[in-house]
Design a protein around this ligand. Sequence first.
Ligand code: FAD
Ligand code: NAD
Length: 405
Amino acid sequence: QNKPKIVILGAGYAGMMTTKKLIQKFRPEEADIVLVNKHNYHYQTTWLHEVAAGTIDINRSRIMISDVINTRRVQLLQDTVVEINREDQKVILENGEIDYDYLVIGLGFEKATFGIPGMDENAFTIQSVDKSRMIREHIEYQFASYKNSTNDDGDKDHLLNIVVGGGGFTGIEFVGELAEKVPELCNKYDIPRNKARIINIEAAPTILPGFDQELIDYARKSLENRGVEFKTGAMIKECKQTSVMVGEEEEEIKAGTIVWTGGVQANSIVGNSGFELTKGKVNVDEDLRAPGYENVFILGDCSWVMDKESGRPYPPTAQLAMQEADTCANNLKALIQGGPLENFVFDNKGTVASLGGKHAMGTVFEGKKLFGVTAKAMKNVIDDRYLFLLGGPKLVLKKGKFRPF
Ligand code: FAD
Ligand code: NAD
C-alpha cells in the first residue's frame, strides 16, 4: 500500500514543531514522516547571541533531536540539503537524495549583506551554533593577543574593539551579552575595562527602528550605562579585515572583531532551487504553500506571510515559525485525508528582548510594557515555554532558564 511520504527539511522551530504536530495527527499506517537536518541536534536560534558572546554554555543551546522526537515514528536523516528538484519531487542531499509526496521547507535564514563590499569575507555572523562559537573564540583570542602584543604605541588597542553592525533585535541582544562578558574578559586578562569598546552601528536614526520609543530609550540607556557605545544614523559602507567604513564621510572605525547583524534572508537553497523570491524570501499563499505548488509548504525564515492589516509581512520570528507549524500540520492532514485548508492567522504574543544579565525589556499582552528584571523573568518564561512544548518538563529541567531572581 502506498503511504504518502512527508519530508521536512530543517530541524529549527518550524521543522521541529511541524514534526511534533504531524506525529499527533497521523497514525504510522497513514503517513511516513522524514525529518532531514544537517546535525543530529536542534539548536535554540533565539539563544545564539548568548553562545556568540560566551555567556551560555554551547551545549545548553543544543538538544539532541532523538531526545524529543520519537525515532520509531519519524525517520531522522542527518544530511545537508543541497537543492530541491521541484519537478521530480526530489531533494538532493550531500550524501544521496530523497523523494517526497509532500514537502515542508524550514531551512531557516542566512545573513543578508546587501552587497556591502567586504562584509561576506570579513565579518562574523550569528547564524548557527558553529558560526556563533567562532565569535566567542575569536573575541577571547583578541584579548589574549592584546596581552602578548609588543606594540606599545597604542596601535594594538583596536584589537579589543568589538563592532556590531546593525541595531535590530539581534544586534541589541548581542551587545547586551557583550556588556556582561567583556568586563569578565578584562578581569581574566588584566586589562582595564575602558580599553575594550563595544560599538553598535545602526543606519536608521534609532536602534530597533519601528519599536516602542519608551522601550528603545530604556534599552539604549541600560546598555550605555554598561559601556556600550552607539552610532545611529550611521550606515556601514564597507567592511575591511580590521575596520568598517561608516557614513557619507566614510569614517574608519578599527576593530579586532566585526559582527554583522544587519539583516537576514531565506536560506539560499530556496532561491537556488528556483522558488521565486521577493526581498530574499518566498511570499507564500495564505495557507503557507509555495505559490503554484500544491504539495510544498515554506515556513519560518524562508518565507514571508502577509499581515493583511498592515499590508506588510510579519517580522520573521521563532514565535511566528512555531505558529505556522500548527497551520502547516493541519493543512497536510486536510490535503491527505480530505477537507478544507485553513488560512494562517498570527496571534502576536509580544516581543521581549534580553539586554544581558538581569536586564531586558519588551511588550506582552497587546502592548503591556515590561522593563528590567520583570521583563527578564518573562523572557525566561517564554524560553522555558518553548522547551516545554518541545520536550515537556524533563527538557525544561535539563536546559531551562528558570533561575529565580
Ligand atoms: P531556524 O531556527 O534557523 O532553523 C533552521 C534549521 O535548518 C537549523 O536547524 C539548521 O541546522 C537547518 N539547516 C539549515 N540549512 C540546512 C541544510 N542545507 N541542510 C539541512 N539542514 C539545514 N525570534 C523570537 O520569536 N524571539 C526571540 O527572542 C528571538 N531571538 C533571536 C535571537 C537571535 C540571536 C536570532 C539570530 C534570532 C532570534 N529570533 C527570535 C528569530 C528566530 O530565531 C527565527 O525567526 C527562527 O529561528 C526561525 O525559525 P526557522 O525554523 O525558520 O529556522
Ligand atoms: P533586522 O533586519 O531586524 O535588523 C537589522 C538592522 O540593521 C536594521 O535596524 C537595519 O537598519 C540595520 N542595518 C542594515 N544595513 C545596515 C548598514 N549598512 N549599516 C548599519 N546598519 C544597517 O535583523 P535582526 O536584528 O537580525 O532580526 C531578524 C529577525 O529576528 C527580526 O524579525 C527580529 O524581530 C527577530 N528577532 C527577534 C528577537 C526578539 O524577539 N527578542 C531577537 C532577535 C531577532
